[in-house]
Write a protein that binds this ligand. Structure first.
Ligand code: GTP
Length: 390
């Protein structure tokens, strides 16, 4: 009996979110690396509806990095919902299946899969989900879990309730037994039955893991929750990528500092304020200052006197001399001119509305020298010369 993993990546936006660099790695690398740490797990399916070609390079690289894993991309012909793809591809997932991890790609987490598995093996439920505690004011944005703390059994699950019912929410990480597929099939049958009873109703073939499968599983007392106390956040919008990246960089400092080796000042490198990820092919002038919470992608060039902090700089971008970039995401192959300034506002930890004021430059944007100022909350997708962008 094999343990397998699924990563749900959704689809399609022009720039595939699962490949956005977070903590110096594509977003989807983090759940994949977590699955690779489970000794008995050898098969991973990435399920989404992006074009196959978009995933090819990532999967090729991932197979080299995690040679024990067989990794395949299962492409839905269109959005089938968070459980629809699992149902649609059941013939690929079911053979010899023991347990199945299902991981959302759009979260930032330490993915405590071994602990989740440990707990799953101690009860007789169909599934175990990872729960995380969020501030009471934000809880209704998520799937909320009411559970029995003694047994960890989920008593009630409500996706985005109108009123607060619990601050323990669905963290988007699950482990299911094979019998989970019976529950998915039952949910599909219920949906089809309702559709048959209401011939004029709206039709779709979307099956939602949360509302259509977890709700009845909880009602049938077949679902348990593992409470993670570790870091967690959702990466819904591109703006949440900078704080998520900071969380991963901090995590790597403690768990895998080798991933973060940067040239030292003593060795002739730039001034680094950790944590920072610098791709080995990036060129950073010794008089530049980088960090904290910065990731510099492949072939990024940072010129003399430049300053970068709280930022994701994607591959091929040049930051010219004395330019300053902070609280921003700079897309691939951008050029920030000399003395240019790309400036977002830092995250407000007390902000419960999730307002992020990150500045985002799309691919191949040029910010001309000196005179260009980009103010917070802007997405710039064209070149700007001698303008103040309000
Ligand atoms: P909201 O409900 O939008 O607040 O977000 P959520 O993160 O709770 O759930 P959502 O259903 O949007 O996504 C959970 C994960 O499933 C994410 O990683 C999505 O990219 C992915 N996902 C969403 N819809 C689909 C789908 O139709 N097919 C596949 N394969 N993945 C999906």
């Amino acid at each position: 009996m094999a343990t397998k993993g699924v990563i749900l990546i959704g689809g399609p936006s022009k720039a595939p979110k699962p490949l956005l660099p977070i903590g110096g790695k594509p977003m989807i690398w983090h759940p994949l690396a977590a699955l690779a740490r489970i000794p008995e797990l050898t098969e991973v399916f990435i399920v989404g509806f992006y074009e196959d070609a978009l995933m090819t390079d990532f999967i090729r690289g991932a197979k080299r990095e995690f040679p024990k894993l067989s990794i395949s991309y299962l492409r839905e012909y269109r959005s089938l919902g968070t459980a629809g793809g699992l149902y649609h591809f059941r013939d690929s997932l079911l053979p010899n299946l023991g347990m199945l991890f299902v991981l959302n790609a759009d979260i930032c987490s330490s993915f405590p899969l071994a602990e989740l598995m440990d707990m799953h093996q101690k009860h007789r439920g169909v599934g175990t989900m990872m729960g995380v505690t969020v501030p009471k004011e934000t809880a209704t944005r998520y799937g909320c879990i009411v559970h029995d703390p003694a047994s960890a059994q989920v008593l009630h699950y409500v996706e985005k309730p109108e009123k607060w019912i619990s601050s323990l929410i669905n963290g988007g990480v699950y482990l299911f037994d094979k019998s989970f597929f019976d529950e998915v099939k039952a949910a599909m049958d219920t949906k089809e039955k309702h559709a048959a009873e209401d011939p004029f109703g709206e039709r779709d073939d979307i099956l939602r893991l949360e509302q259509d499968v977890l709700v009845p599983l909880a009602a049938g007392r077949k679902l348990f929750v593992y409470e993670s106390k570790d870091f967690w956040r959702q990466i819904k919008r591109a703006g949440s990528a900078v704080p998520a990246s900071a969380l991963y960089l901090n995590h790597f400092t403690k768990t895998n500092p080798k991933l973060l080796t940067a040239p030292s000042k003593e060795g002739g490198g730039p001034t680094i304020i950790a944590p920072v990820y610098i791709d080995p092919s990036a060129e950073v002038d010794p008089s530049a200052k980088i960090g904290p919470n910065v990731s510099l992608g492949a072939n990024v060039v940072v010129a003399p006197g430049a300053r970068v902090r709280d930022a994701i700089i994607m591959e091929g971008t040049t930051i010219d001399k004395h330019a300053c970039v902070q609280n921003s995401i700079v897309g691939k192959h951008c050029k920030i001119g000399p003395w240019g300034r790309v400036d977002g506002a830092p995250e407000d930890p007390m902000d419960t509305k999730n307002n992020l004021n990150i500045t985002i430059l799309a691919t191949e944007v040029t910010v001309a020298k000196e005179t260009c100022i980009v103010l917070p909350n802007k997405t710039l997708n064209r070149s700007a010369h001698d303008q103040v962008l309000l």
